[in-house]
Structures are given as structure tokens and as C-alpha cells.
Design a protein. Sequence first.
Length: 92
Amino acid sequence: MEQIAGPVFGYYLACYTVETGDGHFGYARLYATCPRGVWDDDKPLRKIVAGPFGDETAAMQGILARSERKLARRAALRSDWAMLDSQLSALR
């Protein structure tokens, strides 16, 4: 199964699934611009993997969800509302 998704937080995902003896895995290649296809020759910015899953549909949903979480976290860390505190403090 193959799918181009995006934009997701300003990026595009070229996703595909692979069946192995351990189950189905989802893979995503991250691009700044919309790729021509899943197997675009341009070098991706990053690769993401998720799995194993029971079937290819679950693997595709899993890789899309994981990619979105990673991009959402990246966006949150870059925004002004995400405050990073290097010192631990007690909860009150």
C-alpha cells in the first residue's frame, strides 16, 4: 500500500507498507515539498517507521499517526507556548 499525505504541519509524507514475517510495517519519507510519488528520487528530510501491525491498513494508519505526532511535537517545541525547563521542580 502506498500513499502521499500532506501537508501535515507544512510537510509531506510519502508512505508505504511492507509485509514481513513479524507483521506489517509502515514507512514514511518526509519532504518539504510534495513528492511526485512514493519512490521519488529526491532525498527525504527524514524517514520514520512504525510497526509491526496486523495488516497493511493498520500499518498505514500507524505510520500516518506516528508521523503526525512527531511533527506536532516538533511544532510545539518551536512555538512560544512550549516552555522547556531544564530544572526539575516539585509538584504542588
